[in-house]
Design a protein around this ligand. Structure first.
Ligand code: UTP
Length: 500
């Protein structure tokens, strides 16, 4: 330990006389200041003299818990990689995509049966990405607890849990030939320090929405300090760093550190469905997608929707470099001419396959990717408003994305789905122009109304039809099947929920 300097002794004396907190001399603080200097981050102690003993303790713990060499490497590599040339991109080859148009009824039925069989055999695990802070939505609860105003008042978590219950029942009915062997799908729910406790409590207080508590596993992703554009840590308060979850790609490191890939293997899981919490139409554990994935023999797959218009702000799948792997690029990486380039024969956009965070992986591939990505120190830099001592300030969050795995995949298959059937995102608060709870609710009501009418039901309504409709409980039907017995010849007064 270094001897105290004269200046420090003076500070110590004056601290006693003015009743300031205890001295700094020879303290862990001093050692940390020296360590932080190595990384140019000693500014975090700028307000040390004004802190109470408790606040000092808090700050010291905050810093001690950081893996400074790793974080420094990530910051330097991520800032450095900005603007570096990247391999040219090409459209996804047609043979990598299963389009809605080319799928036959036989294909769909075959994949549905294959998927149900694998689920019956316990080969599917489901990972939910639910660690985001949902800042745009502005709710203080985790997004999954949000009630988007459907007639049932169900939260996103409840809707998803009930879809799992439905698939379990469908698999049991299809495969068990009269016996009643129960089918269980393991659900791994990733949270972050911001969402962990309230998520767990929500599930407990709702009795896991009818699932067995043992089939639900919560695990936490990591956080990283938020930084200014020149790479300095931002202070949220004088005694704590501003931190944020390390992106939904933090799932790979979190699966590894919580040893959940071993847990999956020990249960016989071979395929992993992975999706984001904020899509109300998500087909969790979709047997058709699983069957397609198994049939195709790919290491990874993604459901994609067609880009709605050339300048739509969505990430799209591309091929990186001549014959390179499929990967996702942000809309900012596609210049105007590429975004609007069309295929001469079909007239359709060349870069049209939007990523909507619905993925399937083999467990084998996940094992490879958690090790590969761990060594990758280039993170995405997301410009966000960061809470700081001086109010909200422009800063950067360091994030990995779930789709960062694709360049590592030996093979990736894309599976087109219809937006109006499988994609109802909840991103922004009501009052915004798109992707709000209101817009998502309408998408659900429209789809379910179509199901009910197709099954022979009728609707009356007290408000114009475009603003209302019926909601079908996931406990009744997964994709509109088995509704005739409930709906044929019956009239429903919208808005209402049709349940068992
Ligand atoms: P978004 O990127 O839309 O972020 O997440 P968000 O946190 O929900 O919302 P904003 O940007 O703060 O407004 C897409 C999916 O990825 C998950 C989210 O929970 C959502 O399911 N996610 C995001 C994580 O699990 N961890 C993260 O660090 C970020």
């Amino acid at each position: 330990m270094k001897e105290p300097t004269t200046t420090e002794i003076e500070i110590e004396t004056s601290a006693v006389t003015t009743m300031l907190p205890p001295p700094l001399t020879g303290s862990p603080h001093q050692a940390l200041v020296e360590r932080l200097k190595d990384y140019g981050q000693e500014g975090v102690f700028a307000l040390w003299d004004e802190l109470s003993p408790e606040e000092r303790d808090h700050l010291l713990r905050d810093i001690e818990n950081l893996d400074l060499p790793r974080i420094d490497r990530i910051i330097r590599c991520s800032l450095h990689s900005q603007g570096l040339p990247v391999a040219a991109i090409e459209p996804v080859p047609e043979n990598c995509v299963s389009t809605v148009d080319e799928r036959t009824k036989e294909d769909r039925e075959k994949w549905w049966r294959m998927g149900l069989k694998a689920i019956y055999e316990g080969k599917l695990g489901v990972v939910l990405l639910s660690g985001g802070q949902g800042t745009r939505l502005g709710s203080s609860d985790p997004k999954g607890c949000y009630n988007i105003g459907l007639p049932s008042g169900k939260s996103l978590f409840q809707i998803q849990a009930e879809r799992i219950l439905c698939v379990q029942r469908l698999a049991a009915q299809a495969m068990s030939e009269g016996s009643t062997r129960p089918v269980t799908i393991q659900w791994y729910i990733m949270t972050s320090p911001f969402t962990h406790e309230p998520t767990q409590k929500f599930f407990e207080s709702h009795k896991y929405f009818g699932l067995e508590p043992e089939q639900v596993t919560f695990f936490q992703q990591g956080t990283l300090p938020c930084i200014s554009k020149d790479g300095k840590f931002i202070m949220e308060t004088p005694f704590s760093l501003a931190k944020a979850p390390d992106g939904n790609g933090g799932v790979y490191a979190a699966l590894k550190s919580s040893r959940l890939l071993e847990d999956m293997a020990s249960r016989g899981i071979k395929y992993v469905d992975c999706y984001g919490v904020d899509n109300v139409l998500v087909r969790v554990a979709d047997p058709t997608f699983l069957g397609y994935f198994i049939d195709k023999g790919a290491a990874s797959a993604a459901k994609v929707v067609r880009k709605a218009y050339p300048q739509e702000k969505v990430g799209v799948f591309v091929r990186r470099g001549k014959g390179g792997p499929l990967t996702v690029v942000e809309y900012t990486e596609l210049d105007q001419s590429m975004a609007s380039a069309t295929n001469q024969q079909t007239g359709r956009l060349q870069f049209c396959w939007s990523n909507v965070c619905l993925h399937m992986f083999t467990l084998e591939f996940l094992n490879q990717v958690v090790n590969g990505l761990e060594k990758d120190s280039v993170y995405h830099l997301a410009e966000k408003k960061i809470p700081s001592i001086n109010g909200f300030t422009e800063g950067l969050k360091l994030e990995q994305f779930i789709f960062d795995c694709f360049p590592y995949a030996p093979s990736t298959a894309l599976f087109e789905v219809l937006r109006e059937e499988e994609f109802a995102p909840v991103k922004n608060a009501n009052g915004s122009n798109f992707d709000t709870p209101d817009s998502a609710r309408l998408l659900v009501l429209r789809l379910h109304t179509r199901w009910v009418v197709a099954a022979g039901g009728f609707l009356t309504h007290s408000v114009p039809l475009y603003a209302t409709g019926v909601e079908v409980s996931p406990l009744c039907s997964y994709t509109g099947e088995n509704l005739e017995a409930i709906c044929r010849g019956r009239t429903f007064h919208a808005p209402c929920e049709i349940s068992l």
